[in-house]
Design a binder for this molecule. Structure first.
Ligand code: SF4
Length: 339
């Protein structure tokens, strides 16, 4: 059974209304006693309804911080220092915590790596779904129960009538993540942030979950930000991709173009590191070195100590993101060739 499509937005204040997500020039800082650390800088990305944007990079690239900033879930003392975030045309980065709490769940849902953190072990799955649906709608209990059943069916849980009466510990890891996806969809959000949603699951289950996200995205029109370190998952699932390195977007574009003709040397390294389905590994052995720490970012292009093509200019000046054919890349190689 298909989940009901999302109705058109009626609460918009800019021409970004047509987008599920519009992030412009977002920077996030963490003030410390030794100075201010910049976690992400000048990050921009858009997601259309029914589109999956893959946000990819190694650990420390800033991709999860970007997702948390959009959700308004940055841990103190982290703060948005610049930029704007619009979800379905509504600016959300300046809302109070109380306003954000209302928006979260209704306008934007979240799926994290460990489904157990999103589920209360003390309540049945049915109760959690019904309460979430009623919190964000004016549905009566019976109507909400029907909706919960429909949601469990839509995420591929067999015998949903029976499953509604069960507790999270009675579900396998993959089935639990399906329940979390149902919870994220419960209020018909415009945007879902899915942060490493398959990383904790068996390889055989991972493909089922990413296929489910794709199906639900197509059926409901929700926009999905799929955060992952795995370029293979992006290749299989996303429409467009943003590659992040050291807090910045270094390449973005349609997934097929970025995969078949990556412009940025870091993206090329990620592509070379896609393991076969039977040999998934966490490390990206094809790129020597590691992601710089927040307090030790190299000058100029942060990738220059690891880049096989680095020239004198690369350690002095930060390359801007510029259009290269059908994609955008932040690399001096593509911008006049002098580096
Ligand atoms: Fe490599 Fe220079 Fe391009 Fe950075 S700007 S990716 S160091 S060639």
């Amino acid at each position: 059974m298909m989940v009901q499509p999302i109705p058109p937005s009626t609460d918009t204040d800019t021409d970004t209304a047509a987008l599920a997500l519009d992030v412009q020039g977002l920077s996030v800082e963490f003030p410390t006693r030794r100075g201010t650390l910049t976690a992400i800088e000048d990050v921009s990305m858009q997601i259309a309804p029914g589109e999956i944007l893959g946000v990819v990079g190694e650990s420390g690239a800033g991709k999860s911080i970007t997702g948390l900033a959009v959700l308004g879930l940055l841990e103190a003392p982290g703060r948005i220092a610049a930029g704007s975030v619009y979800v379905g045309g509504r600016r959300v980065d300046q809302l109070s915590e109380a306003e954000l709490t209302k928006i979260r769940g209704r306008e934007m849902g979240a799926i994290f790596q460990d489904p157990l953190t999103a589920l209360n072990p003390l309540f049945t799955v049915g109760k959690q779904l019904v309460e979430t649906i009623r919190l964000h709608s004016d549905m009566q209990r019976k109507e909400a129960q029907d909706r919960a059943l429909e949601l469990l069916r839509s995420v591929g849980i067999p015998a949903p009538e029976e499953r509604l009466r069960q507790y999270p510990h009675q579900f396998s890891g993959g089935m639990r993540q399906r329940v979390v996806i149902a919870l994220a969809l419960a209020a018909g959000p415009r945007l879902i942030i899915a942060d490493e949603p398959t990383t904790a699951l068996d390889v055989s289950i991972q493909a089922q979950i990413t296929a489910l996200l794709r199906k639900l995205c197509d059926e409901t029109g929700v926009g999905i930000m799929l955060v992952t370190h795995d370029m293979g998952v992006i290749a299989e699932t996303a429409d467009r991709v943003c590659v992040m390195y050291s807090g910045r977007v270094v390449e973005s574009g349609p997934v097929a173009d970025v995969i078949h003709a990556p412009e940025h040397p870091y993206t090329k390294g990620l592509m070379a590191a896609i393991p076969s389905l039977h040999d998934r590994v966490e490390t990206l052995s094809q790129i020597d070195g590691s992601m710089p720490r927040l307090n030790a970012r190299p000058s100029g292009c942060s990738f220059h100590p690891r880049c096989p093509h680095a020239g004198p200019k690369c350690s002095i000046a930060t390359p801007p993101l510029r259009k290269v054919d059908t994609t955008y890349a932040a690399c001096w190689l593509q911008q006049g060739g002098t580096r």
